[in-house]
Design a protein around this ligand. Structure first.
Ligand SMILES: [Ca+2]
Ligand SMILES: [Ca+2]
Ligand SMILES: [Ca+2]
Length: 453
């Protein structure tokens, strides 16, 4: 008797320290053949069980090991699968967030928003001309779901709305963190990301978004410290796809119980939601993450999303950017250069390039909009690609019913090669080129085979 108790205590001591905070929930998917009686019985069998989308989430009582509980559940023929819940967080590297309160740049957005213009930006100005010429000015008519810490979409109490994202630019959103609440942003990350995607153009204020006429669907999935749960992400992906989003922006990363980076597709629940979104024709763009890992994202489950790494103002891979086999392409994300031997763009030892410029607020100060610095990381690369995808969709160059795979191929095909010639492990297909991406595929191909000199 004493021995048994001791054994339990020892096994708990070895595991609880690391996973007490994160690994205490189990996600269960019932088979579609399960009867309502079986579902009800399952819900009764565990404390705190609740339905989240098509899955059920259980809180594990203290002292109950997750794998043992999962084993027990899987014995039921009504259960399709189980998995532990995992944490996600906003994918950016915070540093000192200085503000330039209300100062207007002397020479306009081009000098501030380096990520949009040459030499290592995404060629936005030409892309805007291309999109406008084909009737898709600024990504009009396209809805982009931003699954993040919320977006400041309306003034109330301490919250303000941004002059660069007026009410008319939003479709109804949802707060998945505090059900029934407004989904307003307290952390600042989601609001900043939304500005990169869709800040209004030509309004003599702030910055210009990549798709400056697209609409934002604000879905709050991260809390006021930028943390969230994978099953909430899965639920919000399904919601966005069901409610007519054309593009889903996932500027977040998954990590394990001990803080190691993981592919978002490690979660079966997220994988199934991504497959559903793809079937419904939704383009999903995700961050590779910020641990400089060469194994994340994995390619194990094929291409369920466009996985985006981050580059610096120098055109080098960001010091932080994950570059696993599932990397598709890169986009500007700011910060310091990685030390890639033989890459002339990587200027290690020199002062780093700038962060991504934008409008937003510091964490916890949602009432004070300013030009905020300090945003860098693959979170910032993703909205550039989401915005470019919106321009591609709005321009109609891939036909009226372009599939996610078509959009992904177009973005990769037209990307600008960096690093070793051709597709490579650090840059994937290369740097997003929104101008080339908004050029009709046939014209782009012809241009490609034209001798350069
Ligand atoms: Ca503006
Ligand atoms: Ca992909
Ligand atoms: Ca290359």
């Amino acid at each position: 008797m004493t021995c048994a108790v001791l054994a339990v205590l020892v096994s708990m001591a070895s595991s609880t320290a690391a996973d007490a905070a994160s690994q205490r929930q189990l996600v269960v998917r019932m088979k579609s053949s399960a009867s309502s009686a079986e579902r009800a019985a399952l819900l009764r069998s565990a404390q705190g069980a609740r339905r989240v989308g098509p899955a059920y989430v259980f809180d594990l009582p203290a002292g109950v090991a997750g794998d043992r509980a999962a084993q027990r559940l899987r014995r039921s023929h009504a259960v399709a699968w189980t998995e532990p819940s995992r944490k996600v967080r906003a994918a950016f590297v915070p540093n000192d967030p200085g503000t330039i309160g209300g100062a207007r740049a002397a020479s306009g957005w081009q000098s501030v928003q380096w990520s949009l213009s040459a030499p290592f930006g995404i060629n936005a100005a030409q892309a805007w001309s291309n999109a406008a010429a084909s009737g898709g000015s600024g990504g009009r008519g396209v809805t982009i779901a931003v699954l993040d810490s919320g977006v400041s979409h309306a003034a109330a109490g301490q919250f303000r709305a941004s002059r660069d994202l007026p009410r008319s630019r939003f479709v109804a959103g949802r707060d998945f963190v505090n059900e029934g609440k407004s989904g307003r942003d307290y952390f600042g990350h989601g609001t900043f990301v939304a500005h990169i995607i869709a800040a209004s153009a030509n309004n003599a204020y702030g910055t210009v978004g990549v798709a400056y006429r697209a609409r934002i669907m604000p879905l709050k999935v991260l809390d006021s410290s930028g943390m969230g749960d994978d099953f909430v992400i899965a639920q919000a992906i399904r919601y966005a796809a069901q409610r007519g989003a054309d593009v889903i922006n996932l500027s977040l990363e998954l990590f394990s119980r001990n803080g190691a980076p993981r592919s978002l597709t490690l979660s079966r629940n997220v994988r199934e939601a991504l497959r559903r979104a793809r079937r419904l024709g939704v383009v999903v763009v995700t961050a590779t993450g910020n641990s400089f890992s060469s194994s994340v994202p994995s390619r194990k489950y094929g291409s369920l999303a466009i996985n985006v790494g981050g580059t610096t103002e120098h055109g080098c891979l960001g010091l932080y950017s994950n570059h696993g086999p599932g990397l598709d392409l890169v986009a500007p994300a700011g910060g310091a250069d990685a030390d890639l031997v033989g890459d002339p763009n990587c200027r290690v030892g020199e002062p780093p390039g700038r962060d991504i410029a934008g409008v937003g607020f510091r964490a916890g100060e949602p009432g004070r909009f300013a030009s905020v610095s300090g945003f860098q990381g693959t979170s910032m690369a993703v909205p550039h690609v989401s915005g470019a995808a919106a321009l591609v969709l709005a321009s109609g160059i891939l036909g009226e019913h372009a599939r996610p795979a078509d959009v992904e191929r177009q973005l990769r095909w037209t990307a600008r090669d960096l690093g070793a010639p051709g597709r490579d492990r650090y840059y994937g297909a290369g740097l997003l080129d929104a101008a080339a991406a908004t050029t009709a595929p046939r014209a782009a191909r012809q241009r490609r085979v034209t001798p350069s000199g």
